[in-house]
Ligand binder design. Structure first.
Ligand SMILES: [Fe+2]
Ligand SMILES: [Fe+2]
Length: 280
């Protein structure tokens, strides 16, 4: 693909305000989260101004994404259960996925993303990973670039969905690069930068299929990749590629996950994801 096609896809998505048409409350939350002094209560007060968005946040907190002793029923409780780190990713993810849920494949990408976020939580706990919130957010947003492809490169995306389970199927991200000249990881990195996400999160989203190419967030990108592959293995695959990546054993080795530990992680992921509300 030439650079004109690249520009067309991005312009097309922006023309219909793909990432810009966020509810007003989202920009206020993102702005407030820039300050380290902002409290959970203050964030809750901002979200409450938009009843529709508040309902979505409470719904998400109750969707099986978290282990809460008491199901959160108010926005204050929901914000506490989710935590300020993942909340930022959620504020960006929910409007995009909600807006395009009617587009072919987007509901499946959202279910896959939520399952991946849960798997990243399980992995972070099992490995005592130092950045659990960033890992969860990376899991939730890692494939947001696929939404852009589904919306603005619809014919291409449909052609990939049609061969999702073909026996000779090449990896989705490799095929995108070959045909379009860039892939959903590149778009995800662009998205994360646009909304001033932490640099390590940008890096993890950009390299979630090629963790060895990451210079300063290799472990994070690798953990996100493993969460992505576990979600796929337990039934929440991508609509355009249903297989587990043959690179998974290399990633497990990179994070020091042996067979026994992987089995334990897999079982926990299965238990947690089985409780997830699939279509919210
Ligand atoms: Fe991906
Ligand atoms: Fe994925």
């Amino acid at each position: 693909m030439n650079s004109d096609e690249h520009d067309r896809i991005f312009e097309d998505f922006e023309r219909e305000n793909g990432f810009s048409a966020m509810p007003e409350v989202v920009s206020e939350v993102l702005y407030a989260l820039q300050s380290s002094r902002t409290s959970m209560h203050e964030i809750g007060e901002i979200i409450k101004r938009d009843p529709g968005f508040s309902a979505r946040i409470i719904q998400y907190a109750n969707s099986g994404a978290y282990l809460a002793a008491v199901p959160p029923s108010s926005i204050d409780q929901a914000v506490r259960v989710i935590g300020l780190g993942p909340l930022k990713g959620l504020c960006l993810g929910i409007p995009v996925f909600t807006r395009y849920k009617h587009v072919l494949g987007v509901r499946e990408i959202w279910a896959h993303s939520r399952a991946t976020a849960i798997c990243c939580q399980v992995l972070s706990t099992a490995l005592r990973f130092p950045e659990p919130d960033t890992a969860e957010t990376a899991g939730l947003l890692h494939d947001i670039g696929k939404v852009v492809l589904a919306v603005s490169a619809g014919n291409f995306f449909l052609s990939q969905v049609q061969i999702a389970d073909a026996s000779n199927r090449e990896n989705d991200w490799r095929q995108e690069k070959k045909i379009l000249g860039f892939n959903h990881c590149f778009i995800g990195g662009w998205f994360a930068r646009k909304f001033k996400m932490p640099p390590r999160l940008v890096e993890a989203m950009l390299w979630h299929h090629e963790f060895e190419r990451s210079t300063y967030a290799r472990d994070l990108a690798c953990l996100c990749f493993i969460g992505d592959q576990i979600a796929t293995a337990i039934g929440f695959s991508h609509p355009d590629y249903v297989f587990v990546d043959p690179d998974l054993p290399r990633a497990l080795k990179h994070l020091g996950i042996d067979g026994d530990l992987f089995e334990k992680i897999l079982r926990q992921c299965l238990e947690r994801v089985a409780k997830m509300v699939v279509y919210d």
